[in-house]
Design a protein around this ligand. Sequence first.
Ligand SMILES: Nc1ncnc2c1ncn2[C@@H]1O[C@H](COP(=O)(O)OP(=O)(O)OP(=O)(O)O)[C@@H](O)[C@H]1O
Ligand SMILES: Nc1ncnc2c1ncn2[C@@H]1O[C@H](COP(=O)(O)O)[C@@H](O)[C@H]1O
Length: 195
Amino acid sequence: MRIIFLGPNGAGKGTQAAIVAKNFGIHHISTGELLRQERKDKTDRGQKAQSYIDKGSLVPDSIVLDIVKEQLTKKEATPGWILDGFPRNVAQVGALDKLLRDLNQASCDCVINFDVPDSVLVQRLRKRAIKENRTDDTPEVIRRRIQIFQEETAPLINLYSEWLLLETINGFMSKEAVTSAIKEVLLEVKKSTKS
Ligand SMILES: Nc1ncnc2c1ncn2[C@@H]1O[C@H](COP(=O)(O)OP(=O)(O)OP(=O)(O)O)[C@@H](O)[C@H]1O
Ligand SMILES: Nc1ncnc2c1ncn2[C@@H]1O[C@H](COP(=O)(O)O)[C@@H](O)[C@H]1O
């Protein structure tokens, strides 16, 4: 099964992707986590990405695509994958489609859109800032990331909806309730795709 998790920062994509990937035996690809790891490892890509991450801006598409390509060609991705935090703009949607064609892989089966009010996102991110010490969870950068989501990523909701791939779930429930809602959707998708 091939799934995209779409939603603003703090919506719970990473939390749910880790659970769902384990349950369905598919590969969790979080571009944010991978970029943070590259930054920590001081790789060339990580160093190039650093200033963008710290400002809350999107990292250049070419860097992110490079990382996604590497992940999609890993053997863990053969049974399927969850893309968490990618694509994040219209250009990345096109690039993902092309990449999958080039790799001879089928396109995604479903896009799960996490719907969570902005006020809840801010509260969650402030809490996460204390717990995880992320450099981009400061009040100013949180505001910037939410703004970037509205400008660059939110248009993907209509786009995937027009392509009949979108399933919106209420992300403002307990973690367990969100997991159940996602599983329900994915079991239906699995039945219809038999993958
Ligand atoms: N259903 C929930 N209820 C309450 N808190 C939650 C819920 N889901 C996730 N959280 C918490 O909210 C914070 C953000 O969640 P998470 O990191 O999964 O979001 P995300 O969408 O991956 O964010 P980002 O795109 O910024 O990385 C975390 O601290 C997580 O523990
Ligand atoms: N798909 C992406 N395109 C550009 N920049 C990205 C992408 N995914 C992650 N980033 C950068 O990393 C941070 C953190 O990402 P999270 O998914 O919120 O953990 C993000 O603000 C971008 O700078």
